[in-house]
Design a binder for this molecule. Structure first.
Ligand SMILES: [Zn+2]
Ligand SMILES: [Zn+2]
Length: 174
């Protein structure tokens, strides 16, 4: 993580830590990482984007079905230093139906610890790479997963089982 001087055009903006998106990372997971790196709440990031205070939290919650406008993506691009086209790929592609509750492939997560947009595609309930069904809840305590924007520690927020170990747990808790 490096600190980058904002462009002259945006020199009135505060200095922000830049966060590089990961391959296939979902928009919500990226927003959560960017906010935590800069100690910003969803409302504070919305304010920096000159948007209504709830907007960022709506973007992070797929069931709200709010896609960022081009103008907001451009502002977000200036704030984060991430290319606008990259953001458009990270947001759900238009016309593709998403599964709203958060899903997870624990084997993918063990290799690359971030939430992938591909896990939320409605007509794809299995991971192609690992040939396994995507999880929709913790296999230990059966608690639904938090929104990816809250995945700070990569574990179940109730029983603390790490996501990366969920592929090994067959419905039994330690
Ligand atoms: Zn996988
Ligand atoms: Zn759990």
């Amino acid at each position: 993580m490096k600190r980058v001087e904002p462009s002259l055009r945006s020199s009135i903006k505060p200095w922000l830590f830049q966060v590089e998106p990961h391959p296939d990372e979902s928009f919500g997971h990226f927003l959560g990482r960017f906010r935590r790196a800069n100690y910003l709440s969803g409302a504070q990031l919305s304010t920096l984007l000159r948007a209504r205070s709830y907007l960022v939290s709506y973007w992070e919650c797929p069931s709200r079905q709010r896609r960022p406008s081009s103008a907001h993506l451009e502002q977000l691009s200036q704030l984060t230093g991430v290319d606008m086209l990259r953001f458009q790929r990270m947001c759900s592609p238009l016309g593709i139906r998403l599964y709203w509750p958060t899903r997870l492939c624990p084997d993918c997560y063990a290799e690359a610890p971030w939430h992938k947009l591909t896990w939320q595609l409605a007509d794809q309930s299995a991971c192609d790479i690992h040939q396994r069904s995507l999880l929709t809840q913790c296999p230990c305590c059966h608690h639904a997963f938090q929104l990816p924007s809250y995945w700070a520690t990569g574990e179940c927020d109730r029983c603390r089982l790490p996501f990366a170990q969920m592929g090994l747990t067959l419905g039994s808790c330690q």
